[in-house]
Design a binder for this molecule. Sequence first.
Ligand SMILES: [Mn+2]
Length: 239
Amino acid sequence: MQQLIGIAGNQLLAATETFQGNQVTYTPQGFVDAVRQSNGLPLVFPVLAPADAPRLIQQIDKLILAGGQDVSPQLYQEDPHPKLQATNIDRDLFEQALIVEAIKQHKPILAVCRGLQLVNVVLGGSLYQDLSLYPKWTVKHDQQPTAPQFPTHEITISSDSLLHSFLPSSYFVNSYHHQGIKKLAPSLTAVAYSNDGIIEAVESTDKNNKIIGVQWHPELTHSVNPLDQQLFDYFVGEF
Ligand SMILES: [Mn+2]
């Protein structure tokens, strides 16, 4: 049966020329296209109230958490560091409720970039608010202005991971993050690292909770790299 894939959308609340000053709800087109290509049916959720999460999760088979703003550090009991970038506490609290509910209802989660960071925080982990706070930081993890379809840094993938069932043990990814996992949540295991030791992918240690999180952006490369589309094929079709 075709899988209904909920995608937690983002908000653009600042007036910009791009949207003629209108506030918009959106998700990157790559998620929609990649899910379609995997024969899934995508459904984008606007940012709503946490109380809306149970009903929404009931409607879908699986959940995708997209990238975007920094996670509000109050969710891991820290004050905002001066290098913290834009946050959206409404989105954080809504997506937190989606994560809790998806786990409760045993619906698989694919978490991308900020999504991975938020899952880690919701499950009890913490983040480096900026990678300059990470003592061993030597790799450029924000590849701008290089275009997103170009992978720029290497990762090493654990041989016993789900990711390794379709990705090689060494792999190049794109990278658009200035934060990273500091304390890993107890129910997650790190399955990929960059060469400077930042966690680049996680999976759930609890077999009842299906979670894959990646720090890179496969939705921006899936159309040019079949291996990145395979992440969506696996999530939609097999996970
Ligand atoms: Mn990276």
